[in-house]
Design a binder for this molecule. Structure first.
Ligand SMILES: Nc1ncnc2c1ncn2[C@@H]1O[C@H](COP(=O)(O)OP(=O)(O)OP(=O)(O)O)[C@@H](O)[C@H]1O
Ligand SMILES: [Mg+2]
Length: 539
């Protein structure tokens, strides 16, 4: 399994035809238009390749009848035809250009001799091979420049988001240097990109130039020896110009297509990224009858090498509260993430009223569970919007009620802007305890049948904590609740307390029962009582 989808560049790139094939379904929608465009193109190409022939007849007619009493309407008609053909020959593309080359080769073969056809074909082949090779070689630089660009951007965003940490450690200069290094790499990549582009352009121009010179020299010799008329010469010249201009453009189009394919590849990479968790094909909506939650021998690891949960069994009878305590890193929050199905268990199962959560839709599962997470992050919006997020569409009265239950009303009244106060990025303008109470208020607003409270009151002073615990007690009374806590005093009223250590439940029972066992929990309790006594003695 992949806990986190990484958006990095796919290491092995797909062949172009696969990327293009992937585009086909999107094009197929416009099949009619595609067919129409292709037929128009073919007609335009027929027009374009016959234009130089009209030109030849004009020149030859003028040349042969010079001085003689020529009939003016014949060349004028030819000029008119020439204009019409030129008009009919506008737009270009790779396939039509190849079609055009084939037609021109045919005409030259019929009109002159095979040496012109060979000369043109050789230059076209040299041009195409050169363009493809150099463009391939360049693609790596295009990719690199894109990657460097992404990298420096995300670095900049990261250091701006974490500006507090940057300042705590006085690391502005360090961050600036890192960013500078990234930009440096980006610059180098851009430079390689540009230089290789110049190599491509100069090379293409050179191939076209020398081919033109060679073929025109052939034609000049034949005109001089009388094997070719002036009109023939003009025609060859017109064909060359007509062929090489689109050929040059073709180089440009190929480059653009390659570049776009790099982007399309990336797009498909993102589109193809499967979510770590997907609904089963026959997933049903969760049907809560009582709200019974069970973990059956659950094993789980984020990475194969390190087991986090090693066979956990938990039963939370409907409407009961189970508390989980234990050392940091024991896997407590992981239990909550698995129940919310951010990840799937490796083995064992989690059921709600007997339904394996892998067989129900994520939507119905997640709307049934309210979570107050260990770290609350808010949107950079008003306090009101952040509260209303718990249930979009909730009435103002409902929001005020939840705010009172979460003991947040006094705080909001003290704010000059009240509910309209903006909370800053990730909610950084609120204190830790205020953020926690916002999180509690919006879960109360969501009003789900199942509750997970992960250190929900850890940032509060004892007085606010007690007030909220009382409020929460009222709420949790009718609900199946999983409470995770460090401070044992906050969970002593729970129906059952589970003690977790290194991914296993090592003890369970009521508070007094566990104290009587004189084990892990009793030690933890004594320790905390002791430090509490010390704190109160100091005060
Ligand atoms: N997304 C993740 N990828 C990899 N490892 C993770 C991930 N989340 C947590 N872990 C690891 O799993 C272990 C259990 O984490 P968990 O958050 O469940 O601990 P916890 O019992 O809630 O601890 P605490 O009391 O400090 O909150 C930790 O050692 C942690 O490093
Ligand atoms: Mg935790």
């Amino acid at each position: 399994m992949r806990p986190y989808a990484d958006n990095d560049y796919p290491a092995n790139h797909k062949p172009d035809w696969k990327i293009i094939a992937g585009l086909w379904p999107y094009l197929a929608e416009y099949r009619g238009r595609v067919i129409l465009a292709v037929s128009m193109l073919i007609m335009a190409k027929v027009a374009i390749v016959t234009t130089p022939i009209a030109l030849k007849y004009i020149v030859d007619y003028l040349d042969q009848n010079r001085g003689a009493d020529m009939v003016l309407w014949i060349p004028l008609m030819l000029v008119l035809a020439y204009g019409a053909l030129r008009f009919g020959s506008t737009l270009f593309n790779i396939v039509p250009t190849l079609l055009e080359i084939a037609m021109v080769a045919g005409i030259l073969l019929v009109a002159f001799n095979v040496s012109y056809v060979l000369a043109i074909l050789v230059s076209v082949v040299v041009f195409v091979v050169f363009s493809i090779r150099v463009t391939e070689w360049r693609t790596a630089f295009v990719r690199e420049a894109n990657n460097r660009d992404n990298q420096s951007n995300s670095r900049a965003i990261d250091s701006l988001l974490n500006y507090e940490t940057v300042k705590y450690f006085n690391n502005e200069r360090f961050e600036a240097e890192q960013y500078d290094e990234d930009l440096d790499l980006w610059e180098q990549a851009r430079l390689k990109n540009r230089t290789s582009m110049a190599v491509l352009n100069i090379g293409q121009a050179f191939i076209i130039g020398s081919s033109m010179v060679a073929i025109m020299a052939m034609a000049v010799r034949e005109v001089a020896s009388g094997q070719m008329t002036l009109g023939d010469f003009t025609m060859v010249n017109a064909y060359l110009i007509q062929l090489f201009i689109p050929l040059n453009a073709l180089g440009f189009v190929y480059r653009e297509i390659r570049q776009s394919l790099v982007n399309v590849e990336r797009l498909f990479g993102l589109l193809g990224d499967k979510p770590a968790i997907e609904d089963a094909a026959d997933a049903k909506a969760l049907a809560i009858t009582k709200g019974d939650v069970q973990f059956h021998d659950v094993r789980f690891s984020y990475h194969q090498e390190r087991a986090i949960l090693k066979g956990v069994n938990i039963t939370i009878p409907a409407g009961h509260t189970i508390a989980v305590v234990g050392a940091s890193g024991a896997g407590k929050s992981t239990l909550a993430r698995l129940l919310f199905r951010f990840f799937d268990v490796n083995s064992g199962s989690i059921t709600i009223d007997g339904q394996d959560i892998r067989n129900i839709t994520q939507d119905s599962l997640r709307s049934a569970i309210g979570v107050v997470p260990q770290d609350t992050v808010l949107f950079n919006d008003t306090l009101y919007s952040n509260l209303a997020y718990g249930r979009p569409g909730a009435s103002e009265a409902e929001i005020h009620h939840a705010v009172r239950q979460a003991n947040l009303d006094g705080f909001i009244r003290s704010l000059p802007d009240g509910y309209s106060t903006r909370v800053g990025e990730r909610g950084l303008k609120l204190s830790g305890g205020e953020k926690q109470r916002v999180a509690i208020a919006r879960v109360l607003l969501k009003n789900p049948p199942l509750l997970i409270l992960d250190e929900a009151t850890s940032s509060l002073d004892s007085i606010s904590e007690q007030a909220i615990l009382d409020a929460l007690n009222e709420v949790t009374q009718q609900r199946t609740t999983l409470v995770i806590a460090h401070r044992l005093s906050t969970v002593r009223d729970a129906d059952t307390i589970l003690v977790m250590d290194e991914g296993q439940i090592v003890e369970s029972g009521g508070h007094n029962e566990l104290l009587a066992k004189d084990g892990y929990y009793a030690r933890l309790w004594l320790q905390q009582q002791h430090s509490d006594d010390e704190t109160s003695a100091e005060n």
